[in-house]
Design a protein around this ligand. Structure first.
Ligand code: ZN
Length: 355
C-alpha cells in the first residue's frame, strides 16, 4: 500500500479548498436490529464502489460494542461466530480498500441480550454517563483493541454513539490511553431534548476544526485533542412533518437499504420538532436527509471544510446521486478521511487555519 493510501489523504491537492470529509457510522438499528447483510454489508459495498469511482476516502466509525458482544456470545453460539467473522472480514476489507476505521461507542451493547434469535435492547443503558469510571475505561480499551486487531492498530479517531460525548471527563483519560486524539461527535448548534439521547451543542464553536482539552465544546489552543465537527444544516420544519408518521410507526422511508428500525425518541422532542421553525441537524447522506445536500441553504454556504456523515443502514441509491451532485456543484477535488485531515492540520499543511 502506498503512503498516500495509508494517510487516507490526497496531498497532491495541497491546500485546495473546499475539503470534503465523508464519515459513516457502521452499525445495526437499536430497536429492531435488522440484518447484517442489509444494514452493513450491502449498503457499505455500494458506497465503497461509489468511493472507488469518485476518489473519496471515507471514515467508518465501527460500532465496536457490537463486535465485543458478539465475541462473548460466540463461545456458545456457532451461528453468532459465523456472523462475527463475516463482519470482521468486511471491516478488514474496508480498511484494505484504503478507508479509515474509527471507534464508535454505543455502550448499550454491554447490557444487550440475544433472545430467540434476535437482539433485545430493552432496558439497556444508552449513555456512558450511566456507567462507572472503571467501566468506561474498560469499554474504551476493549472496544479500541477489537478494532485495532482488525486494522493493524490504526485507530485514532472517535465518534460517540448518538453524539453523546458529554460529560467528556469520563472519556478523556481512556481515549488518551488508547491513542485516540481526534473526535468527530460535535454538530455545532444541534440540540436534542431527550432523557436518554439528549445532546446540546448550541454553545459549540462554528469553526472548521479546533483543539480542545477538557471538553470538545471549549476550544483550548494547546489541548491534546482535535475536533473535526460534522457540518450542521438547518432542516426546515416540514422535514419533520414528512417523517412523523415513519417515526411513530418506527419505519424507514421507502428506498432505504437497511431493514431494521431506530430507537424511539421521546414525545417531548417529537413535539418540539413538529412545532419548531426548523432545527439544526447533521449534514448527511442518509436517504431522508440527503436532499439537504443540494438545498439552497447548503448551496449558498461558503466553507473550507465540509463533513457529511451518514449510516450505511440508512442509505439509498439516491443518496449517492445527491452526494455526487454536491461534489460537482461545490467543485470539490480534495477528499480526506478524518485522520488524514487531522494529520494535515497538525502538520500545518492547511495554511488557512481555523476559520
Ligand atoms: Zn451510532
Amino acid at each position: 500500500m502506498t503512503a498516500l493510501m495509508d494517510s487516507g489523504s490526497n496531498r497532491r491537492r495541497g491546500n485546495d479548498f473546499p475539503v470534503l470529509v465523508v464519515s459513516q457510522d457502521y452499525e445495526l438499528f437499536f430497536r429492531r436490529s435488522g440484518s447484517i447483510e442489509k444494514c452493513l454489508i450491502e449498503p457499505t459495498d455500494m458506497l465503497l464502489d461509489f468511493a472507488d469511482r469518485s476518489g473519496i476516502r471515507i471514515t467508518f466509525f465501527v460500532d465496536a460494542g457490537m463486535l465485543c458482544r458478539m465475541r462473548q456470545l460466540s463461545v456458545s453460539n456457532p451461528s453468532m461466530a459465523r456472523d462475527l467473522s463475516r463482519i470482521e472480514q468486511h471491516v478488514r476489507s474496508i480498511h484494505t480498500r484504503g478507508h479509515e476505521i474509527g471507534l464508535h461507542i454505543h455502550p448499550h451493547w454491554e447490557d444487550t441480550r440475544w433472545v430467540e434469535n434476535a437482539w433485545d435492547f430493552a432496558g439497556t443503558r444508552y449513555q456512558l454517563r450511566d456507567f462507572t469510571t472503571e467501566e468506561v475505561s474498560d469499554v474504551v480499551s476493549r472496544y479500541t483493541a477489537s478494532l485495532n486487531e482488525i486494522c493493524d492498530g490504526n485507530v485514532s479517531t472517535f465518534r460517540a454513539g448518538g453524539f453523546c460525548i458529554e460529560p467528556f471527563d469520563l472519556l478523556r483519560g481512556p481515549l488518551l490511553e488508547n491513542g485516540i486524539t481526534v473526535d468527530s461527535s460535535i454538530v455545532p448548534g444541534a440540540r436534542l431534548d431527550d432523557d436518554d439521547k439528549g445532546i446540546n451543542f448550541t454553545a459549540a464553536p462554528t469553526n472548521s476544526w479546533w483543539q480542545f482539552d477538557e471538553s470538545p465544546l471549549q476550544p483550548s489552543k494547546n489541548g491534546p485533542f482535535l475536533e473535526i465537527p460534522i457540518t450542521p444544516v438547518v432542516l426546515p420544519f416540514y422535514h419533520y412533518w414528512g417523517r412523523a408518521i415513519d417515526r411513530i410507526l418506527g419505519r424507514q422511508p421507502a428506498g432505504v437499504v437497511g431493514d431494521g428500525s431506530s430507537k424511539a425518541i421521546g414525545k417531548r422532542e417529537i413535539i418540539r420538532r413538529l412545532a419548531g421553525a426548523g432545527r439544526v441537524s447533521e449534514l448527511s447522506i442518509d436517504l431522508a436527509k440527503a436532499p439537504q445536500l443540494v438545498a439552497a441553504s447548503v448551496r449558498r454556504q461558503d466553507r473550507k471544510v465540509w463533513q457529511v456523515m451518514g449510516h450505511p443502514k440508512l442509505l439509498g441509491k439516491v443518496s449517492l446521486d445527491l452526494l455526487q451532485r454536491f461534489v460537482d456543484r461545490k467543485g470539490v477535488r480534495h477528499f480526506e478521511s478524518i485522520s488524514g485531515l487531522a494529520s494535515a492540520i497538525r502538520a500545518g499543511e492547511l495554511s488557512a487555519g481555523e476559520d
